[in-house]
Each structure stands twice: as structure tokens, then as C-alpha cells.
Design a protein around this ligand. Structure first.
Ligand SMILES: [Zn+2]
Length: 140
């Protein structure tokens, strides 16, 4: 990565001003080997490095552990129901009545909506796979 190479050269010049490896902001580091203007940029870089691996791992897990995923979803729903009964009631009212009626009346519309969400998820993953290599660190 070009930014990394430039930074490696800059580490020799003490605490000179440099550009943040994530956001590109010019900053004066407190320590000679600082690459980021702050901890949030450091975290963002770390997060992006492992993004593909995380997306793949979650997809794989969801594919191979459907029962567990469903159980977790049910548990989350039950917790929501128990912890926030008022919110749960309004959620159920908003969702179930309207959606169930609409689904019964327009099954094709809901099938199309479901296909649309699948396409969106696929597109989002494709985009993340496209931009991730640019931010990918050579060490990983
Ligand atoms: Zn930054």
C-alpha cells in the first residue's frame, strides 16, 4: 500500500507531521511510529482489514447452522418481548396486521420484495468485495 510505504519513510523523521493512513488528515503524532490521527481511524482500518473474512465467516456460519441462527433469532425476539413489552406490542401491531393482510392479498408483490432484498444483499456483498482489496493490508 502506497500510504504505508510513505509512512515507513516518515517514521525516520521523528514526530514530523504526517497523513493519517485511514482518513488522510494531516496530524502531528505524539509518538514517532503513529500511523493514524486517532484511535477511531486505527479501529476503522483494523475493521476494514478483516471485513471480507468476517462477511464470509458469517455467511458460512448462517448457511451451516440454520437451526442455531433461527434459535438465536427467536431468543432475541423473546428477549425484546420480555424487556420492552410496550414496544413489542406496538411492533406487533404495526407489523403483523398490516403485513399479513397485505401478504394474503398480494402474494406476488411479497415474493418480488423478497427477491429484491436478496439482490440487494448480493449487491452489497459484491461492492464490499470490490472495495475491500484497495483497503486490504499486505501483511494480512
Ligand atoms: Zn484519521
Amino acid at each position: 500500500m502506497m500510504a504505508e510505504t510513505a509512512l515507513d519513510v516518515q517514521t525516520d523523521s521523528g514526530n514530523a507531521e504526517r497523513r493519517c493512513a485511514w482518513c488522510g488528515e494531516v496530524f502531528t503524532p505524539a509518538v514517532h511510529n503513529a500511523k493514524f490521527c486517532g484511535s477511531s481511524c486505527k479501529e476503522r482500518m483494523r475493521f476494514s482489514r478483516h471485513r471480507i473474512a468476517r462477511i464470509e465467516a458469517v455467511r458460512e456460519y448462517r448457511k451451516t447452522n440454520r437451526d442455531d441462527v433461527a434459535a438465536r433469532s427467536r431468543a432475541r425476539y423473546q428477549k425484546f418481548k420480555a424487556d420492552r413489552p410496550d414496544q413489542w406490542r406496538s411492533f406487533v401491531e404495526r407489523m403483523s396486521v398490516a403485513v399479513m393482510e397485505d401478504r394474503a392479498e398480494n402474494p406476488e408483490k411479497h415474493a418480488e420484495r423478497s427477491r429484491m432484498w436478496k439482490r440487494r444483499r448480493a449487491a452489497a456483498l459484491a461492492v464490499s468485495l470490490l472495495i475491500a482489496p484497495i483497503q486490504h493490508h499486505p501483511e494480512t
